[in-house]
Design a protein around this ligand. Structure first.
Ligand SMILES: [Mg+2]
Length: 419
């Protein structure tokens, strides 16, 4: 089984951001707290504090007892989100992020030569070096690589901080035996208790359990999925389950205009098309959603033969956009693009696009350029406003879609002025 997944997890993220921005905290035990009060608990701890036994959830009084010299720092969520964007720009420029899993964790699907251990190790080294050079030495990360995302995540937990662990199918399951059951993704406190009740008290025992036994312990198909995951089987959602792929984005104030909204829609469409191609799917329906201040939201969709090409998707977007409601001082506040009716190329029926609307050669070239120079290096001109003006430092209440924030290279060129 090839190496198909990479997972990058920043170490002690909140505390590391504080140590990066406040050099006086470096090398010191730091506890991040929601408020500066004796009654609260740490939501994150620096490695210096972790070595003294302070963990997420440790109360302030207990942390002080474990580590009298600990420095408590009040959390600054906005700062952590801003840093997230800076980091994602760097990370996505090297490893083409497939999915942002949380503020400090991203996954990357490996394809082609990236599945070779030497190549993926070099990528991992490069991403670490670029984070160090472009963001700072305190933002270390642990990278795991494996035959599926579950094992990549597990590998990322095996060496902290600043780790790089590659798990091969041939290493399984023995490489996992030194872990605790609770170290495995998907085994929380309740599941741990069920496993114990079933007499499964170690990862080794878990790995030696039959598929049927795990099915019984889990009480369903999730147990079989765990059996497969432990063996490196990749469990992609079948197209019927993976019904759509899309992005949406809250517009920053300066893009709350028709031109700004369309520009962001164009960018989201380009990103969604690239993700669609990367995951081996085609789509037969494109939907657009726009929310307005003081007006009802608008949505529209179009159907077509299955495709995965950016330019025809942008033509569909432009045609739908031409039908948008106008007038009444509409102020768009949020836009979204969804690709529906997904199928794999193998499922597609022939003939494909006899009218020549497909542009696979162009997309392949664009995807290669992006992989090499970053997502913002080349794009279709409709996204120009969003590419050039969307600032990184916007107050987000959630982690925004990577599609927008990853594309901040200012030296990109617009390929087409229309669409
Ligand atoms: Mg982390």
């Amino acid at each position: 089984m090839p190496l198909r997944a990479l997972l990058l997890d920043f170490n002690s993220y909140f505390a590391s951001v504080e140590q990066q921005l406040r050099p006086e905290l470096r090398g010191r035990p730091v506890g991040i707290v929601p408020v500066l009060a004796e009654t609260t608990c740490c939501i994150a701890a620096s490695y210096e504090a972790k070595r003294r036994g302070v963990r997420t959830g440790t109360g302030v009084a207990e942390a002080r007892r474990l580590c009298p010299e600990i420095v408590f720092v009040q959390a600054r969520p906005r700062v952590y989100v801003e840093m997230h964007h800076r980091l994602m720009t760097v990370v996505d420029g090297v490893i083409a992020v497939s999915e942002v899993l949380s503020i400090d964790e991203v996954a990357c699907e490996l394809t082609g030569s990236w599945r070779q251990e030497a190549v993926v190790r070099e990528l991992a080294r490069e991403v670490k070096a670029r984070i160090r050079e472009e963001v700072g030495e305190c933002l270390t990360c642990s990278i795991g690589v494996g035959p599926n995302r579950f094992l990549a995540k597990t590998a990322s937990n095996m060496q902290k901080p600043d780790g790089l662990t590659v798990l091969h199918e041939a290493d399984l399951p023995e490489a996992l035996f030194r872990l605790e059951l609770g170290d495995l993704n998907g085994i929380g406190a309740a599941m741990l208790e069920r496993l114990h009740r079933a007499g499964i008290r170690s990862v080794e025992a878990l790995c030696r359990s039959s598929r049927e036994r795990l099915r019984r312990v889990w009480g369903g198909v999730e147990g079989e999925r765990m059996y497969d995951r432990l063996r490196g089987v990749e469990l992609p959602l079948p197209p019927t389950q993976r019904a759509s792929l899309g992005h949406s984005h809250v517009l920053p104030p300066h893009l709350r205009s028709e031109a700004g909204a369309f520009s962001v829609l164009s960018k989201l469409t380009q990103k969604a098309a690239a993700r669609l191609r990367a995951s081996g799917f085609q789509a037969a329906r494109l939907g657009v959603q726009v929310a307005y201040r003081h007006h009802a939201p608008w949505q529209a969709e179009a159907r077509f033969q299955p495709m995965a090409d950016t330019l025809p998707f942008l033509r569909v977007l432009a045609a739908l956009w031409a039908e948008r409601p106008r007038g009444g001082r509409r102020e768009p506040t949020k836009v979204g693009v969804s690709l529906w009716d997904l199928s794999t190329e193998a499922q597609a029926t022939l003939p494909l696009f006899p009218d020549g609307t497909r542009t696979p050669g162009l997309d392949a070239a664009l995807d290669r350029l992006k992989a090499r120079y970053g997502n913002g290096a080349v794009y279709f001109g409709g996204a120009f406003l969003a590419m050039e003006e969307a600032p990184m430092r916007i107050s987000f209440t959630h982690i925004p879609n990577l599609g927008l924030e990853a594309d901040t290279k200012r030296d990109g060129m617009a390929l087409f002025e229309s669409c």
